[in-house]
Design a protein around this ligand. Structure first.
Ligand SMILES: [Zn+2]
Length: 347
């Protein structure tokens, strides 16, 4: 493509400012998030895409077409292999044969600052050391972590809000787009008055249709619970089993994931669910539809709840991918991390 000296020269001089501008976007993004966040994400991503595209197109141009000799000695730099032409632009081409970027001063500075921030956030979020090490290693392999994080943080903040025993929902929070479950659905309902937020209800239908195609019927037994209803549930549990046991099984009003309108308890709502066909199907497939098991087996010390094989929260496909890819499927870790990142990581 760039076989004429003129074209080669054009891209030689134009790629550098382009990649510098990406570095600048990185810096600005990390230090001035308030101005940027949403709108500039588009800018950053499109700049990266254009840069990667141009680099990919012209990395095959022969060295002779890039008139290094025409530049003053002071701005000349050692020739790099064509495959490493995209060295200054942090995003690299992924997939087979992807070139490893050679480090450049500005890139290294930004990378160190980013890694320091990330390490601090991982630590403050209580992420286990081994998991943090793996995440940091993935970051040094390329920009996919930051891209996946940004994707997970897009959209409705209630998909990623941390709601646990220490973090309540906003006072008397109630979603405004609840829809009734059931009707002509691919799943069954255990009672007629179940409500869920629209996006979660649509996703539930999509997931249930896929399950049904494999001969598995999903049964929704509990979904949205209002603050007032949770007052009743919790009080009843305390009456029946005492406070300590009630706290293992149910949330205090304002602290329940069910109040988000994004959670479904499936089937029998007890341990037997895990061994049913629906329980096994959900364990294997729910994440692919954007659903995440909130209280996995063996993590009571972390989540505050005993294993609940039936309690799934709709977090969206981007976030469920993020949870699975970087946090071993442990929703609590990912949400703690994102909360800390939003609080302090992008200051
Ligand atoms: Zn539940």
């Amino acid at each position: 493509m760039s076989q004429t000296p003129l074209l080669g020269y054009f891209f030689d001089v134009s790629l550098r400012p382009l990649s510098s501008s990406i570095t600048l976007y990185y810096i600005v993004y990390m230090y001035f998030p308030i101005f940027l966040q949403k709108t500039s994400l588009l800018l950053v991503v499109s700049s990266m895409t254009i840069s990667i595209f141009l680099c990919a197109c012209f990395k095959t141009g022969s060295a002779a077409t890039r008139p290094q000799a025409l530049l003053p000695a002071a701005v000349q730099r050692p020739e790099v292999p064509a495959a490493a032409l995209n060295d200054e632009s942090k995003p690299e081409i992924t997939g087979a044969g992807a070139p490893k970027p050679a480090p450049v001063d500005t890139g290294i500075t930004v990378e160190i600052a980013f890694n320091e921030t990330l390490s601090r956030v991982l630590e403050n979020a209580g992420i286990p050391e081994e998991m943090s090490r793996r995440i940091l290693a993935k970051v040094s392999d390329g920009p996919s972590f930051i891209m996946d994080l940004l994707a997970a943080m897009e959209g409705d903040p209630y998909l990623r809000i941390l709601v646990d025993k220490r973090h309540p929902l906003p006072d008397r929070y109630a979603p405004d787009d609840l829809v009734k479950l059931g009707g002509k659905a691919s799943y069954q309902v255990n009672r007629a008055d179940l409500l869920l937020r629209r996006a979660a209800a649509e996703s539930l239908e999509e997931m249930a249709a896929a399950a049904r195609a494999e001969g598995v019927t999903l049964v929704a037994s509990s979904a949205y619970r209002s603050y007032d209803y949770q007052v009743e549930v919790y009080a009843r549990n305390v009456r029946q089993m005492g406070q300590a046991a009630a706290d293992r099984e149910s949330a205090r009003p304002g602290y329940s994931q069910h109040q988000t309108g994004l959670v479904v308890d499936f089937g029998s709502i007890d341990d037997s669910f895990a061994e049913t066909r629906a329980g096994r199907w959900m364990a294997a497939n729910a994440a692919g539809f954007g659903w995440s098991l909130s209280f996995p087996n063996g993590y009571e010390a972390l989540t505050g709840y005993r294993w609940e094989s039936w309690h799934y929260r709709y977090v969206g496909k981007e976030l469920s991918f993020f949870i699975d890819t970087y946090f071993d499927g442990i929703q609590q870790y990912a949400l703690q991390f994102i909360r800390e990142w939003e609080r302090t990581g992008i200051e």
